[in-house]
Ligand binder design. Structure first.
Ligand SMILES: [Zn+2]
Length: 192
């Protein structure tokens, strides 16, 4: 199985079921997972839990649970998967945790335009003075990738299958996003 195929499967079958529950409780749609580089097996999947703590973005919540539940696994041997391009807090957390990579499904622009969550790009601009995409997607700490680019580099017939799966996953997220947006006036999340 290729990495693009495996990461899409983890989003669809491991992260999305957790996010369904999280959104039903009033949390945002963002999720993440950690996999082993060696065999692409899942170490942990998690979802946003900002109702408990506004810092529990999908990625940071996954890292918190990873350190609570596992020990002795070097992050150099692991892949970090984020359903949405990490915000500046989360990409710093991934950096401080020692990962040399992360993979994203949706982009910051998607979060703003399709999910009505403009905060990632707003923080990038207000705090760091950066335009969208203005940070270094490959640097001394890590290389980051978009799953869509990996899908496009696959050969047929796999590429067509992964495009169809991509469309299915996007539709599931759109439904969850509508659900979150319709209820968010009720929550106390600072950047809702
Ligand atoms: Zn974040």
């Amino acid at each position: 199985m290729t990495i693009a195929a495996r990461l899409l499967d983890v989003i669809e079958h491991d992260i999305l079921p957790l996010t369904e529950k999280g959104v039903a409780a009033g949390n945002k749609v963002f999720g993440a997972a950690i996999l082993r580089k060696s065999d692409l097996s899942l170490v942990i999947a998690e979802t946003n839990n900002e109702l408990e703590n506004p810092l529990w973005h999908g990625e940071v919540h996954t890292l918190k649970r990873f350190y609570e539940r596992t020990s002795g696994i070097s992050t150099k041997d692991l892949i970090f998967l984020s359903t949405h391009e990490p915000c500046t807090m989360c990409m710093s957390a991934i950096t401080w945790a020692g990962f040399d990579n992360f993979y994203s499904f949706f982009s910051h622009e998607d979060s703003r335009d399709a999910f009505a969550i403009p905060h990632d790009l707003k923080i990038l601009k207000e705090v760091f003075g950066l335009e969208p995409g203005g940070y270094r997607r490959s640097n001394a700490f890590w290389n980051s990738y978009f799953i869509a680019d990996l899908v496009e580099s696959e050969h047929e017939p796999l590429r067509a299958e992964l495009r169809a799966q991509t469309a299915r996953v996007k539709a599931a997220y759109q439904r969850l996003s509508n659900s979150y947006q319709s209820g968010k006036a009720e929550n106390n999340i600072p950047l809702a």
